[in-house]
Design a protein around this ligand. Structure first.
Ligand code: SF4
Ligand code: ZN
Length: 259
């Protein structure tokens, strides 16, 4: 995933997965080596939650001596997520997800990164597989988010994608880096929350369930190679990013939010 000469932007939210990822990468690639590590934090503007996690992220980067950049939704999109979500709370995670993905790409580009690393773990990935199945979204199920045929985006890597949440928690406890932080107030609206609880129950009763889900995804991906119809890539008329229609997902969303 990482090669000599890479400048890896690590997305850190202050939470446990990204903390473990930054600890591991900073240990594997100490300063002064052929791979540079830089940390990025996106401040969506979620009152009562983000302040503490941004602070934890800044503290971690400072402690490890890693260059850290923070970019906020108001800087990029003109307002905080809290403002965007007034009256739309039930769509919180899909709106947040679209804008945060864009913010990460912009932040990574600004820092001159060659790779963008995120702390997604096995639980997150297995939940996504199941959620895409529940939604009947085959293109998204088989899409490899690290691959970009347009060459316009920085390749994304997920070094912890086969490591379970439990293993990450154990690692942090052993490293004395466990940190209790508040939970996002919008989590209660998330489908992921229900899928997470269901999947943890299955994993507990039938160990290996999550890894098997990932294997199933790979097999489906393999057998679908090239056969899933997706619209040819065009260029967004507003921002110039690759898009399947006249406007990209982010510009469409911002338009619907009145921006
Ligand atoms: Fe964003 Fe949803 Fe995560 Fe909160 S729980 S940070 S709204 S994706
Ligand atoms: Zn656009």
């Amino acid at each position: 995933m990482i090669v000599t000469g890479d400048r890896v932007a690590v997305a850190i939210s202050g939470g446990k997965d990204s903390t473990a990822l930054l600890l591991l990468l900073s240990q594997l690639f100490p300063a002064g080596q052929d791979v540079q590590i830089v940390a990025l934090t996106i401040d969506e503007g979620i009152a009562g939650y983000r302040e503490a996690t941004v602070h934890a992220a800044q503290h971690l980067a400072r402690r490890l001596g890693i260059e850290h950049h923070c970019i906020s939704f108001p800087d990029l999109f003109g307002d905080s997520l809290d403002v965007f979500l007034k009256g739309r709370e039930t769509q919180a995670c899909s709106i947040c997800g679209i804008l945060r993905r864009k913010a990460l790409v912009v932040a990574a580009q600004r820092t001159g990164a060659t790779k963008l690393a995120t702390g997604h773990n096995l639980d997150d990935e297995a939940q996504s597989v199941l959620m895409n199945v529940f939604r009947g979204d085959l293109p998204r199920l088989v899409r490899n988010s690290g691959v970009d045929s347009s060459g316009k985006f920085i390749p994304r890597i997920k070094p912890l994608s086969l490591i379970s949440e439990k293993e990450i928690a154990t690692y942090l406890i052993l490293k004395d880096a466990w940190n209790e932080l508040p939970e996002c107030p919008y989590t209660r609206y998330a489908l992921r929350r229900e899928v997470r609880s269901m999947l943890s129950g299955f994993e507990y009763k039938h160990p290996g369930t999550m890894l098997h889900l990932m294997e199933s995804k790979e097999k489906i991906e393999h057998s679908c190679a090239g056969s899933v119809i997706s619209a040819p890539l065009r260029t967004c008329l507003t921002c110039g990013d690759p898009s399947s229609g006249d406007l990209c997902q982010v510009c469409l969303l911002l338009q619907s939010l009145g921006r």
